[in-house]
Design a protein around this ligand. Structure first.
Ligand code: NDP
Length: 329
């Protein structure tokens, strides 16, 4: 038996708690993994609190990512003892996930832990960091190099934003960090922000076009802020959009696209094909300054996850929340 967070339904309401379960209660899959570390992502916060319909199958263990060691495998690419990382593929949404001491998943979903990263570091990065890497790759693909000018990162003190700052700064970009938290300016500068933009500055009325300000951007919040970022993106710039922390809507116009040739690059980490995710993890292992990772990690005990989830959604948690589940692995 092992410990797992389980979300279930009682009538119309969702109930969540810690349970002792066995391998037989895990979903189907060809690889059984002993989980070393998991994390608390925005999506996990939504699933645990039931604030958005993330959970699509009950009962379910949340946790969209984990790192761990293979216990048993019937998949040709993995054997017992391999160190692996999982992000997405519906895990923690419709297939039980990483907030448990064990997980059973499809081997096709797993990535070998890249050389140079520990199981803990892989989860300080987590799905947020891997998504930040996908965003940086999208900017590079669209020719937004450091000499193109300053880029902007919204939701900068959150998980995706923090890793995005560290990655961009390692490549020499000038970065404007948008935050709603005045007190985090020093933290953001340590990660690589070269200027701080108060969130309110981008929450005002959206004009079709504003003064050209940024060569590109990484947006995790959506809504009015993304619309204002698009309006202020320079000619032929690119904004990688991955999140909705401020809302699903996008009160924009076609002006940035048809008058300034701006590209809006959509980023999805969940169903991202395996070659791209392997490329992203390989770049994370080489590009990230691992000393910065320590600064952005908040470690909480497995027993504290349920109380931390609403705080994460309320924007009260800085950086990445790492959960040691079996750190001695
Ligand atoms: P966090 O909660 O760690 O960070 C989100 C940040 O957004 C906050 O720290 C805050 O930054 C800012 N923020 C929060 N609420 C608002 C608001 N109402 N208006 C403006 N800014 C706000 O989340 P993550 O970094 O883990 O995830 C960010 C987003 O990316 C989420 O929407 C998540 O669902 C999405 N995501 C998408 C993925 C994909 O595959 N597309 C994968 C991973 C995440 P600050 O305090 O600096 O203002």
């Amino acid at each position: 038996m092992f410990k797992a967070i389980v979300i279930d339904k009682e009538g119309d309401s969702q109930v969540v708690g810690y349970h002792e379960i066995g391998d037989a209660q895990l979903p189907e899959g060809d690889v059984l993994v002993d989980v070393a570390y998991s994390t608390l992502n925005y999506k996990d916060g939504l699933a645990i609190t039931g604030s958005a319909p993330i959970v699509r199958q009950y009962p379910l263990t949340p946790g969209v990512d984990f790192s761990g060691v293979v216990a048993e495998s019937a998949h040709p690419d993995f054997k017992a003892g391999d160190r692996v990382v999982l992000n997405g593929w519906g895990v923690g949404e419709k297939h039980s996930g990483g907030l448990a001491e064990r997980a059973r998943v499809k081997g096709d979903w797993l990535v070998h832990l890249p050389e140079g990263l520990s199981l803990r570091e892989a989860m300080v990065i987590g799905t947020a960091g891997y998504t930040a890497m996908l965003c940086v790759l999208a900017l590079e693909k669209h020719g937004i190099t450091p000499d193109a000018g300053e880029v902007v990162v919204t939701g900068a003190a959150g998980g995706v934003g923090s890793v995005a700052l560290a990655l961009l700064s390692a490549k020499g970009y000038e970065i404007a960090a948008v935050t709603g938290r005045d007190g985090e300016a020093d933290y953001l500068k340590t990660l690589g922000a070269t200027s701080i933009v108060p969130r309110e500055e981008l929450e005002g009325k959206v004009r079709p076009l504003a003064k050209e300000r940024w060569a590109g951007g990484i947006d995790v919040v959506g809504s009015t802020i993304l619309a204002n970022v698009l309006a202020a993106t320079k000619y032929n710039g690119c904004v990688a959009a991955c999140g909705l922390a401020a809302g699903m809507d996008l009160p924009s116009s076609v002006a940035p696209f048809i008058l300034r040739g701006v590209t809006l690059a959509g980023i999805d980490s969940v169903m991202c094909p395996k070659p791209e995710r392997m490329a992203a993890w390989a770049r994370l292992a080489t590009d990230l300054d691992l000393s910065k990772l320590q600064n952005m990690a908040v470690e909480i005990a497995f027993d504290e996850v349920l109380e931390a989830a609403p705080k994460l959604l309320a924007g009260q948690v800085r950086g990445r929340v790492v959960i040691p589940i079996n750190p001695s692995l």
